[in-house]
Design a protein around this ligand. Structure first.
Ligand code: PLP
Length: 407
């Protein structure tokens, strides 16, 4: 008889976004006249930059001619893209990363979910709380955790590192030493960042305890503060203890095109074994390469015009972030993020739960956001708004929140 992977039964189901969708649909059905503004959206809304669409058209034409047609892409990515990324994303920032250490993929989500499979199930993982749910769920599926406890909102066997107002949403070094440490900065959902000095402490800690940091830099393009590192490899010793994930999704609007990469340094060892050949083996076995046309599109964001166009897109979202953040602060809310990240994290007023605040925002102001408790127990009494919407709609939403006097 076929048996399923019992670990999947430990997952309580993807409650957060389905619950939000259900509540909004029900509200709109009951109030067809309501003009609901969605600031919960975690997807980009600006169109692809012209430099990127031009590159796509050129690559499509190449595919239509016998002399320039390409079949399977190299498993680890085309060298034109790996070389460009090594130079532009890492070497120009003083990080000693070579093209062969860059593995091209179709985005950061798959890589940060899949990376755990090259490590033993006995490893203990540590995650920030609140957290991007993929890190925990992928480890649950692999059997690296115990049961989910609905009373605490936690899985047994996982080290949760609270990120709250008290620690500025930057986790303290855990007392119980983990083996695999997931860090994401700029952070989704809190919008917090780590300075280089703060991140260096994590790198030193990982090297001291022979732990490995899985560093998600999906939002590095939103950093404006010069003290904030764009890559963990800006820290000394990181090549011995860290893997980094990059994404073109929020950097250049590729959520629908799909492109990202994972950096696995040649020097990295786990339990005495080299990690690079294991990830290369895994990638080669289970992945057949990101499409040629998409890799050419990715390369285009590094051209002079591509760069200036994506800079303008990011500036657009960050103007929205400022509108939200300033509006909330003026209305008396406690709010952070939105400076080096497209997410604004606010404390719910009057000690309301995240879901109580969601309901009031929806029904009284017709604005949708994301309840912080959906990202982990320490997200309770917090709420996430995103800067990915349209500017006019964002301004309207903030105006409603200001007038709504919940804060
Ligand atoms: N990592 C974080 C922290 C994210 O918030 C997201 C997307 O929302 C991803 C990774 C996924 O990126 P991609 O679209 O490249 O799969």
């Amino acid at each position: 008889m076929v048996r399923i992977n019992e670990n999947y039964l430990k997952l309580p189901g993807s409650y957060l976004f389905s619950m939000i969708g259900k509540k909004v649909r029900e509200y709109e059905a009951a109030h067809p006249e309501a003009d609901v503004i969605r600031l919960g959206i975690g997807d980009v809304t600006q169109p692809i930059a012209p430099a990127v669409t031009d590159a796509l058209h050129r690559a499509v034409d190449e595919m239509g001619k016998a002399e320039t047609f390409r079949g399977y892409a190299p498993d680890l990515g085309y060298s034109f893209l790996r070389e460009t990324m090594a130079r532009e994303d890492f070497q120009t920032r003083g990080c000693d990363i070579s093209p062969e250490e860059i593995f091209i993929s179709d985005g950061a989500k798959c890589d940060c979910a899949n990376i755990q499979e090259i490590f033993g199930t006995e490893n203990r993982i540590a995650v920030c709380d609140p957290v991007y749910p993929v890190y925990v769920d992928s480890n649950v599926m692999a059997g690296r955790t115990g049961k989910f406890d609905p009373a605490t909102g936690k899985y047994a066997g996982v080290i949760y590192m609270p990120c709250t107002g008290e620690n500025g949403f930057v986790p303290d070094l855990p007392e119980e030493v983990p083996d695999l440490i997931y860090l994401c900065f700029p952070n989704n959902p809190t919008g917090a960042v780590m300075t280089k000095e703060q991140l260096q402490k994590w790198v030193d800690y990982a090297n001291e305890h022979q732990a490995l940091i899985l560093y998600d830099a999906a939002y590095e393009a939103y950093i404006s503060d010069p003290e904030v590192p764009h890559s963990i490899y800006e820290c000394e010793g990181a090549k011995h203890c860290a893997i980094e994930f990059r994404s073109f999704s929020k950097t250049a609007g590729f959520t629908g095109l799909r492109l990202g990469c994972t950096v696995v340094p040649r020097d990295l060892r786990a339990g005495g074994e080299e990690v690079w050949p294991l990830w290369a083996r895994r990638h080669g076995t289970k992945y057949n390469g990101a499409p040629y046309i998409i890799q050419r599109a990715g390369e285009a964001i590094y051209s002079a015009e591509g760069r200036s166009q994506i800079r303008e897109q990011i500036a657009y979202y960050m103007r929205n972030a400022k509108i939200i953040r300033d509006g909330l602060l003026q209305a008396g809310y406690e709010a952070c993020g939105g400076v080096n990240a497209p997410y604004i994290w606010l404390r719910t007023p009057g000690n309301m739960t995240s879901w109580e605040f969601f309901d009031r925002l929806l029904t009284e102001m017709n604005v949708v956001g994301t309840p912080g408790s959906g990202f982990g127990p320490s997200g309770e009494h917090y709420f996430r708004l995103t800067a990915f919407g349209d500017k006019e709609r964002t301004m309207q939403a903030v105006e409603r929140i200001r007038k709504g006097a919940l804060g």
